[in-house]
Design a protein around this ligand. Structure first.
Ligand SMILES: NC(=O)C1=CN([C@@H]2O[C@H](COP(=O)(O)OP(=O)(O)OC[C@H]3O[C@@H](n4cnc5c(N)ncnc54)[C@H](O)[C@@H]3O)[C@@H](O)[C@H]2O)C=CC1
Ligand SMILES: O=C([O-])CC(=O)C(=O)O
Length: 288
């Protein structure tokens, strides 16, 4: 029997729970939210869809879940400029949920922003093996990158975003198989930095895009599919010359989390951006 937990069943978590039920990702869903009427409403609403899944809400079950998707905490509003600006407001939520997750031994998929920092903090406060902490955001950013490349008429692929899930994201141009000059790279990066804010302004927050990719990531973990290389936030121990943080890198992911961080030869522009991203995330971790 497989079990999938979602902590924080708001906009993103609710969508993830519904998609997980619709896709039959797990036999059991464990849904937890601080706001009990919302939690109850999500359970009822998904139950009414009559999918073949058991839905529980007992927090004591969290520690035995195979995968836990963490989507609790405040999202950005149009006045919150960057994801990093959510650090202070979401720290108490991480702290609170670490207590609820004490003894957890599955794979934790961190979504809550600032995601890279939170992923790292979870590993430390839960004493969870670093490889079991997988930060989500890279797949979503990469899908936005692919769309932007198509819009700019830049052919080639695959489109990958590494680095921070935030202002310090690192689009990988060197693997596209087509040369892109630095000025064009910077223009694409500027557009990518604003990609989600248009959605936030228009409908209050991003939901469908994140939920689709989060469920794909959970499915990759649950089915132990290590064949694909996915961009996700990994806790590094020397890879790419980095350590002591979680940062977006290409990785093979399976039932135990990050099975392998894949080392690519990045070009000079990408390496400089990745190091800048690492410095920025490390500073945020120190502030946490
Ligand atoms: N990494 C990524 O690619 C993405 C990250 N996000 C982030 O995900 C987070 C959630 O976003 P939304 O779902 O839009 O927010 P939301 O406000 O709709 O949902 C958050 C939920 O967390 C719950 N919550 C708060 N404190 C809690 C606690 N201590 N225990 C249990 N539940 C608690 C709230 O009651 C609420 O229902 C935000 O930080 C957002 O920035 C959102 C989209 C993509
Ligand atoms: O932009 C935000 O605040 C939400 C998020 O992380 C995303 O959709 O990529």
């Amino acid at each position: 029997m497989s079990s999938l937990a979602v902590i924080g069943t708001g906009r993103v978590g609710g969508e993830v729970a519904f998609l997980a039920a619709a896709l039959g990702l797990a036999d059991e869903l464990i849904l937890c939210d601080a706001v009990k009427p919302l939690e109850r409403a999500q359970v009822l609403d998904i139950s009414h869809a009559a999918y073949d899944v058991t839905i529980e809400t007992d927090p004591a079950l969290l520690r035995d879940a195979d995968v836990c998707i963490f989507t609790a905490g405040r999202p950005r509003t149009p006045d919150v400029k960057t994801r990093a600006d959510l650090l202070t407001v979401n720290l108490p939520v991480i702290d609170d949920c670490c207590r609820a997750l004490r003894g957890f031994g599955g794979v934790l998929i961190t979504v809550t922003n600032p995601m890279d920092v939170n992923n790292f903090l979870f590993s430390r406060c839960l004493d969870l093996e670093p490889s079991r902490c997988v930060g989500f955001g890279g797949q979503l950013d990469s899908a936005r990158f692919a769309l932007r490349l198509a819009k700019e008429g830049i052919a080639g692929g695959p489109a990958f975003i590494l680095g921070e899930h935030g202002e310090h994201q690192v689009p990988v141009f060197s693997r596209l198989g087509t040369g892109v000059p630095v000025e064009k790279r910077e223009a694409v990066l500027t557009a990518l930095r604003g990609a989600s804010m248009e959605v936030i302004k228009g409908k209050g927050g991003t939901a469908f895009g994140p939920a689709a990719h989060i469920t794909r990531l959970a499915e990759t973990v649950l089915s132990d599919r290590r064949d694909e290389v996915v961009p996700c936030s990994c806790i590094v121990d020397g890879e790419y010359g980095l350590s002591g943080l979680s940062i977006g890198l290409p990785a093979r992911v399976g039932r135990d989390g990050v099975e392998e961080i894949v080392e690519w030869d990045l070009d000079e522009w990408e390496t400089a951006k990745l190091n800048e991203a690492a410095g920025f995330i490390k500073k945020l971790c120190r502030d946490a």
